[in-house]
Design a protein around this ligand. Sequence first.
Ligand code: 5GP
Length: 212
Amino acid sequence: MSIARRGVMLVIASPSGAGKTSISRAVMATDPDIELSVSVTTRPKRPSEVDGVHYHFISVKEFERMRADGELLEWAQVHDNLYATPRARVEQTLAGGRDILFDIDYQGTLQLYEKCRPDMVTVFILPPSIKELRARLERRAEDGPDTIRRRLKNARIEMEHWQEYDHVIINEDLERSVEKVRSILSAARSTGRRLTQMQSFVRDLQNQIDSL
Ligand code: 5GP
């Protein structure tokens, strides 16, 4: 039997290249109850990206309008570009009992903690080594050497924040990392405070005892 529940906000963060995108995709591919929070960004679209799927690509002017109108749950500047999470979709998803996955950096995570801590479970992904991180950034091949250097510098800063996350995974093996995230999500789903109908379910059990 299933008891109605509020959705989980699952945050997966890591330095770019550590594997969070592959992990997120794999978790979502096998789980119909979780969807991706599509951020807005002012960064130019990469050739492999689709507007509305990977991000909503918007102008700085539109970004500023959304921020001024309170439409953003959190926002951050990363590598000279602006990124943010639109609020409305998150609220609808959670209330509908579905989970939502966030691929955001530590600045965004800290802002979400202030507003949504009880709804959140956070996971930080680390690369097994810098050699591996570099190789992954180079394999991506969409970014030039300057961008890769900047991403590595940024990775150093991002890593500093590992202690702010509920769970930390060293991504040595993709399948094992995905399994760990699935277990974390599964545990979060049965947290008592998310089970919105549990009060009436327990009362019903108690009534049955009373009427024995
Ligand atoms: P990329 O440009 O490689 O897609 O993302 C660069 C960084 O921006 C990543 O660390 C990613 O987690 C972060 N990011 C993407 N979307 C958001 C968002 O909505 N909010 C915040 N705070 N960071 C984001």
